[in-house]
Every structure is written in C-alpha cells, then in structure tokens.
Design a binder for this molecule. Structure first.
Ligand code: HEM
Length: 457
C-alpha cells in the first residue's frame, strides 16, 4: 500500500535507540489545541498529514507531546506491539473516576489480560442468541413509542434502546421497577458526560471525585446512586449460590462466576467496575453508531432502497460502512513505557502517547476510493478492508470486547426499523458532527418523521 512518508529515516539498529520523534507543526501549543477543537471536521490533522506525512508529532495544552498515526501499516506495528510497553490503560486514565480503577479499560499488562480473559466468554456462544431477542424486543418498544406525523430525534431513542439492551442482556434485569430505577440512575450519571464540551468535565473529574468533601458534586452523587444499587445486587446474587447463577444467561452472573487459572474470582469492587465499564463503553457508543446509521441510510436513496430488502449481509455492510465513514470514537491511544518504541523508522521515547487516528485512516483514498461516499458495497467484495484499515473498534490486545455485540445490535435494530417504520429525514443534508467528550455524535440528534403508524410487531 502507498504511504505518504516524506522523509522516512533509516531504521535504527537495536543498539541505537536514541529517541527520534516524527516531524510535526511548530505552532504554539495553544494554536494546535485550537486546531483540534475548532470545526467538526479534522481539517487541522489532515493539513498536518499532507505537510508532514503519515506519522506526526503534535503538542497541545492537554498533552505536551504526542504522536498521531495515519498509515495502516504503522497501525499494525502498534496493535501487534507488547501490551506492557504500549499502555492503553494509561491512555484511558481520564475515565478512572467514572469506570473505576479496576476496570479493564484502565488496566495494563498481566492484570489487563486477566480481566479480559474473564470478561470475553460471556460475549460469545449461546448468549448471543439471547442477546438478539432482547435487542429485537427493545427495538419494538422504541418503535411503538415514536410519534406519528411529528419530527423527533433518533439519538435519544437509540440511547434508551441500547441502555435497555445492556440492562437486560448484560445486567440480566427483567423489565420492571428495579430495572427502571437502575436505568434512571445510570442516565443521571452518564448524561452530563455525553454533552458537548464535557471533555472539560472529564478532565476535572479526578479533582471532583478524589475529594470526599466535594462529593455533593452532581456527578459524584449520581455515581454513588448507581454504586448503591450495584453493590446491593452483587450481594443478592452472590447469596443465590453458584448453581442458580450458572443457569442465568446474563454477563453479570457470568462475571460473578468467572475464575482465572489460579481459581481466583473478581472481587465485588472489580465486578462493579467492569459492569460500569460495559455499560458506559457499550451504551452511548452503540446508540451513536445507530443514529449515524439511520442518518446515512435516510440520506442515501440507493442504499435505503437496497436496505429495505433486509438482506443480512447487506445490512451488515451498511453497519460497517457507517462505522467507517462516521467512526463513533475518533482515535485510540497507547502510552509508551519501559523501552522506547520503534515506529516506522522513528523511535518514540517512554511517556509519549501514540494515537492511530481512526477518523483519518477511514478516509484514506488509497484504501477507500471516493472515501466521502457512503458505499456499503466496499464490505461485500472478496477482499474487504483489513483489521488495520477498518478500526472503529481499535485493535490488537485491546480491541473492543463488545464489537460483535455492537455489530449484531446495530444490524438487528436497523432491520427491525426498516421492517416496521417508514422514516424520513426532516433535513435534506446529513447531520453535522459534534464532539462530545468521547464520542463523535450527530449534532441535531438526527431529526426524522414517520408519516404513518408503524406496522404491527
Ligand atoms: C458501535 C459501538 C462501539 C464502538 C464504536 C466501540 C469502540 C471501542 C474502542 C475504539 C475501544 C478501544 C480499543 C483500543 O484501544 O484499541 C473499545 C474498547 C472497549 N469496548 Fe467498545 N465500542 C462499542 C461498543 C461496545 C459494547 C457494546 C461493549 C460491551 C457491552 C463494549 C465494551 C468495550 C470494552 C470492555 C473495551 C475495553 C477493551 C480492553 O481495554 O481490553 N464496547 N471500544
């Protein structure tokens, strides 16, 4: 594959691991920060890529030196690198006050692998079938609640849908007052984070949550509200005994039973952190992906017409193409520790974070010709984009644990809505992108209208 290296230096020998940083803009940090924050498109990053090539050093007010990567071949080097040396947990540290310090998202090295191995099995096998049913039921509930002849935003509806799915499939709650109460508490905790400009809130959170005196802060008390319910539920389920838990289909019960090679189980605190992690990682992201999916389908008549036939491989391709052209998470991070890390002929010293830009890689013309066009067919060819060119779920040892779950959920919801409801977009143009702390979301929440009641479920 063609790369855009302008001045690729010779590969250093093992003996000479002197830092050799990639080139980058010399603009003051404040201007580079503005370049990242202003506008809904990555114009600043694109301009720097054109000027400096496929691996660029940036400096912002948030980080005095970090490296962005735009070439799938370099992404491969990074994703295949050792987890001890390339620390995603450290790169995610900002999420600590929300998900908890024992979350798989925050751990690195052997502890990360231990948690990941305990968490992966429930996301495969027989449970996926149960998940599919919960997803369909939840889609029907949303569709039945949509107004007729009146515009409404799809994003909040998708948020409520995906949260309900997590409550049932991951937490194992039956619909009812207990489930509603936990859902209400979770939304109270998540909503302030899902607003535009909430990055500042996240950045300030260690101070807010770290000091007990300030626990009357809205976020911290919302978090305690969720913890109360979760710890009570953990105690209740442990009291049921292993046999009763083994009969259940949800991830919560599986986490309580999971044992590592030495027979150790997750502690109450660890289970709490992982439940919150699954909830936060899996709910807003999938809802945002779904809102984008409808926005793109409703604004692309040829795709809409074909999707209405509800052929499974085609819908799958629609979902994948959505996550390509509108990746929900713009990039992932790995902080170098221990030895310097060699990357494409450069040598990145410890302490520096390396970020593959999902957003920019997904728009490479050499991988995705006419990259701005929404074309699901790209994923229906014999040789579809590989795991280093299509990276909406990150990759390597840290690839999203819920990727199959999210793809299944998006496909089922898309199919169910196309089957039952005739939606049309209210605006002639697709939605603009808005950065919301962690996700890239449609600014207007995707306004749609249905002119007649949905078909019966
Ligand atoms: C469209 C929906 C989703 C997107 C775009 C998404 C994206 C991502 C990304 C980019 C990462 C970081 C990967 C890396 O650093 O290489 C990640 C990690 C993770 N995601 Fe997702 N995700 C989605 C849905 C879900 C769902 C449904 C769940 C679970 C129910 C989930 C659970 C996780 C977990 C536990 C991790 C941490 C994995 C680790 O550190 O080992 N995600 N996700």
């Amino acid at each position: 594959m063609a790369t855009l290296h302008r001045t690729a230096p010779p590969a250093p020998t093992q003996a000479a691991l002197e830092p050799r940083m990639p080139p980058g803009p010399r603009l003051p940090r404040i201007l580079q920060t503005a370049g990242f924050m202003l506008g809904s498109s990555p114009w600043f990053i694109d301009a720097c890529r054109r000027r400096f090539g496929d691996v660029v050093t940036f400096r912002t007010l948030f980080d005095s030196r970090f490296v962005m990567v735009f070439d799938p071949a370099l992404v491969k080097e990074l994703f295949q690198g050792p987890g001890e040396q390339l620390r995603a947990g450290e790169a995610n540290a900002m999420l600590g006050p929300v998900v908890g310090e024992r979350s798989v998202l925050l751990l690195d090295g052997s502890e990360h692998l231990r948690h990941r191995r305990l968490m992966l099995p429930p996301f495969h096998g027989r449970r996926m079938q149960t998940f599919a049913e919960a997803i369909r039921r939840s889609a029907d509930l949303e569709i039945d609640a949509w107004p007729v002849g009146e515009a409404f935003a799809l994003l909040p509806s998708m948020q409520s849908l995906t949260l309900r799915v997590i409550m049932q499939a991951v937490f194992g709650y039956e619909p009812g007052p207990a489930e509603e109460e936990l859902r209400r508490r979770v939304r109270a905790m998540v909503e302030p984070l899902a607003r535009p400009r909430s990055l500042a809130l996240l950045a300030a959170m260690p101070m807010l949550v770290g000091r007990e005196a300030r626990l009357n802060d809205r976020f911290a008390s919302a978090r305690r509200g969720v913890d109360e319910v979760l710890f009570a539920e953990i105690a209740r389920r442990r009291a049921l005994g292993d046999e009763a838990l083994a009969d259940k289909d949800d991830v919560f019960s599986a986490l309580l039973l999971a044992e590592d090679e030495e027979g150790r189980r997750l502690s109450d605190g660890e289970v709490r952190d992982e439940l919150i992690t699954l909830l936060l990682a899996g709910h807003e992201t999938t809802a945002t992906g779904l809102a984008w999916c409808f926005d793109l389908v409703l604004h692309t008549p040829a795709v809409h017409a074909q999707a209405l036939q509800r052929d499974e491989p085609y819908l799958d391709a629609v979902v994948k193409e959505t996550l390509r052209i509108r990746p929900v998470i713009p990039g992932v991070g790995r902080v170098v520790r221990g030895e310097p890390f060699r990357l494409g002929g450069y040598v990145i010293p410890p302490g520096v974070e390396i970020n593959p830009s999902i957003r920019v890689i997904h728009r490479r013309e050499d991988v995705y010709p006419d990259a701005g066009a929404f074309r699901p067919e790209r994923f229906l060819v014999e040789d579809p984009p590989d795991t280093y060119s299509w990276i909406p779920f990150g990759g390597g040892l840290r690839r999203c644990l819920g990727a199959s779950f999210a793809l299944l959920e998006m496909r089922i919801v898309l199919s169910r809505v196309l089957e039952r409801a005739a939606l049309r977009a209210t605006s002639p143009e697709p939605a603009k992108t808005q950065f919301r702390a962690i996700t890239l979301a449609p600014r207007d929440g995707v306004q749609v209208v249905q002119d007649r009641p949905p078909a019966a479920a």
